[in-house]
Design a protein around this ligand. Structure first.
Ligand code: SF4
Ligand code: SF4
Length: 365
């Protein structure tokens, strides 16, 4: 079963390379496939795809080679920490506070993906990335275990899985090697059908098991009451996480597209216009938002900016809309892309402004 770890490492390298080479720029279709697999077979994203998870794995292996002793969280702390990433997810889902958004900008998973895409991140964000990697030398996957809300989403959906890891008690010799190796601190040796939302489907437990057939991947067994509990929790998790993810993946474009064009208001006639000398037309520009590229179309008519429309973005709708509901109107009012950014939506604001500047710059050539 060690072969599966080579296959997993190969898959992690492949996806990290694809993301670095910008082959997965529009992740929506890809993420939809991943989510379908997650619902049926558990969360493969964290264990097989996520570049920052992969990096934490590498650091864990480096620590092993260096002879650094791996530590496990004390059980009492572990019992609390196991809920922390779901608390973070709830905070992000239900809070509209600027502080939450500002904290999200330090998300090392998102920022590492940004670095792979050759985007700049702040020194503080880099510090957070390095901090969790340093902790990975001692504790396995610290960020995944404690704070990653992306992992929490996949984990919750994955708890609906129909196919899962099963432990056959009649074969198991209770050596607990599976418990020791699990990077997500799951007590595999106490479970018959694995349904933990913490599991990342890394199959390290299977690889470490000395008894063939004690841990296998297959259809989960369920008695009648288990089935009822499963259906109830499946519906709840599906509605909650599915609607959030579907909204994040699809709604923002539609909502953006259906937004009425901002009103054309006062034009500052006495100031040099950013559109002086630009012929009438619609110009496209690009900027970098929180989750990657923002593309805008700027309409110029009679030497005035008369429309600014965002045609694509990967930023989370909730935060993006704060910027998008104000910035285009401000640009049209002032006839300039040098307007104040919107508090609590810094990255999206900068992304839209840079995209408008880019469009106007291109229009002048
Ligand atoms: S490693 Fe295998 S044999 Fe050992 S406790 Fe886990 S499942 Fe049982
Ligand atoms: S239970 Fe097994 S597959 Fe799941 S995270 Fe732990 S080691 Fe990986």
């Amino acid at each position: 079963m060690k072969k599966i770890q080579f296959f997993r490492s190969g898959t992690q390298i492949l996806f990290t390379s694809l993301i670095a080479a910008s082959f997965l720029t529009d992740l929506r279709a890809f993420m939809l496939i991943v989510l379908l697999i997650t619902i049926f077979c558990g969360p493969f994203y964290c264990g097989w795809i996520c570049p920052y998870g992969f990096l934490q794995d590498i650091l864990g292996k480096v620590a092993h080679l260096l002879g650094i002793k791996k530590r496990r969280m004390p059980l009492q702390i572990q019992k609390v920490i196991v809920f922390s990433r779901y608390a973070v997810l709830a905070l992000i889902l239900f809070s509209v506070s600027d502080a939450v958004f500002n904290l999200m900008s330090f998300d090392p998973r998102a920022n590492f993906t940004r670095i792979l895409g050759r985007e700049a991140v702040s020194f503080a964000a880099l510090g957070v990335i390095i901090f969790f990697l340093a902790v990975s030398l001692v504790f396995e996957r610290p960020f995944c275990n404690c704070l990653c809300y992306e992992g929490a989403k996949h984990g919750l959906l994955g708890s609906l899985r129909i196919f899962t890891l099963k432990r056959y008690e009649s074969v198991c010799i209770n050596c607990r090697k599976c418990d020791d190796i699990c990077p997500m601190n799951i007590s595999v040796s106490k479970i018959k059908n694995l349904r933990s939302p913490q599991c990342i489907n890394c199959f390290e437990c299977v690889s470490s098991c000395p008894v063939s057939g004690a841990l296998c991947f297959g259809k989960a067994d369920m008695d009648e009451s288990g089935k009822k509990r499963f259906v109830a929790s499946a519906l709840a998790a599906l509605v909650l996480v599915g609607s959030f993810m579907g909204y994040s993946l699809f709604a923002r474009r539609d909502d953006t597209a259906s937004q009425p064009p901002p009103n054309v208001q006062a034009v500052y006639q006495n100031e040099p216009s950013a559109v002086a000398g630009i012929a009438d037309g619609v110009y496209t520009g690009e900027g970098e938002g929180f989750n990657g590229k923002i593309v805008v179309e700027v309409t110029v008519s009679g030497q005035n900016i008369t429309g600014v429309e965002v045609v694509s973005t990967r930023d989370d709708y909730k935060w993006f809309e704060r910027a998008n509901s104000k910035i285009p109107g401000l640009i049209i009012d002032s006839q300039s892309a040098d307007v104040d950014i919107v508090s609590g939506s810094t990255y999206s604001s900068i992304g839209i402004l840079d995209a408008v500047k880019d469009a106007l710059q291109k229009a002048k050539h």
